[in-house]
Design a protein around this ligand. Structure first.
Ligand SMILES: [Zn+2]
Length: 298
């Protein structure tokens, strides 16, 4: 009998995540990867705590369903398991205990989307209130980052304060949960990798926001393998991309340059089902350093 591998970190290889809410779709996902996957590595288990609560499944059930399907199909290749949209240490404990090795930290509830429209004097007041929690801020003021695309990111005082007020608490939360994952996985003696997901905001992520968020996570030794940004355009599960494709591609090129310069790490696209008109763009512009999360149709 063939031995199915346990989930393993995939590093910066291109990857595709298959959400499977009912635990029945893995044979189809496997067929898709075998027929059309090419260099793309599969994440056959991808489920958030919220999805599992809704469907009455536990992390161990989700893992067992996938393992059984892979065993029946005699699959011996590499694959991974994504604990999606983690918010608390308890979420981490439950999924790590079930063998997940790809941890997606979602600190979006700590992002303040109103910061974008605050006047400089209000911003200053709010910034001074949280100053001790954003001790990285001063170092960015006045800095200019040159990207290989020829673009630059300018960090003036207002930009930095806005990012501190908007993302400061979310960065702290990501770093805290990342340290918890490291402790838990250290005890288990297993390899793992981390995605940061900040796509749950109304405004598209700016290059300056991306830069500071990712750099602060990396400086805290978070094992960052991918970052899910809020990209330009509209993303709904099961519906193709809506919006200006040229604007999407331009802004993606800037984000991909940041990811290569700081990491390299992958850019991740959530609600990735049926985004048929942008898959090629996403793969090309990221130079193959991408992760797509789908669920429902694949
Ligand atoms: Zn997501």
């Amino acid at each position: 009998m063939t031995e199915v591998k346990l989930p393993e970190p995939l590093g910066t290889r291109p990857s595709f995540g298959f959400g499977d809410r009912l635990g029945l779709a893995t044979p189809g996902h496997l067929d898709a990867i075998r027929s059309y996957g090419g260099a793309i590595q599969p994440i056959f288990v991808q489920q958030s705590i919220r999805e599992m609560a809704r469907t009455g499944r536990k992390p161990l059930d989700v893992m067992a369903d996938a393992l059984r399907a892979l065993q029946e199909a005699s699959y011996t290749g590499l694959w991974s398991a994504d604990a999606d949209h983690l918010k608390t240490p308890e979420d981490v404990n439950a999924t790590a205990g079930a063998g997940f090795v790809f941890f997606t930290i979602d600190p979006c509830e700590f992002i303040d989307p109103t910061a974008d429209s605050l006047a400089p004097d209000v911003l200053k007041r709010l910034f001074l209130e949280i100053r001790d929690d954003v001790n990285w801020a001063d170092e960015y003021v006045g800095k200019t980052i040159a990207l290989p695309t020829g673009e630059t990111i300018e960090f003036d005082l207002t930009t930095v304060r806005r990012i501190a007020v908007k993302h400061g608490r979310a960065i702290a939360q990501a770093v805290k949960l990342g340290a918890h994952i490291d402790r838990v996985m250290g005890k288990r003696g297993g390899q793992y990798e981390i995605e940061i997901s900040i796509h749950g905001t109304p405004q598209p992520t700016t290059p300056a926001e991306h830069y500071i968020f990712a750099e602060q996570c990396l400086r805290s030794n978070l094992k960052l393998v991918s970052v899910a940004l809020r990209y330009v355009g509209k993303f709904e599960n099961g519906i193709d991309f809506k919006g200006d494709k040229a604007a999407f591609e331009r802004s993606l090129a800037t984000h991909a340059a940041i990811a290569r310069q700081l990491g390299p790490y992958k850019l991740s696209l959530h609600s990735g089902s049926d985004k048929l008109s942008i898959y090629e763009t996403f793969a090309r512009v990221t130079q193959g350093m991408f992760h797509i999360k789908s669920s429902g149709t694949s």
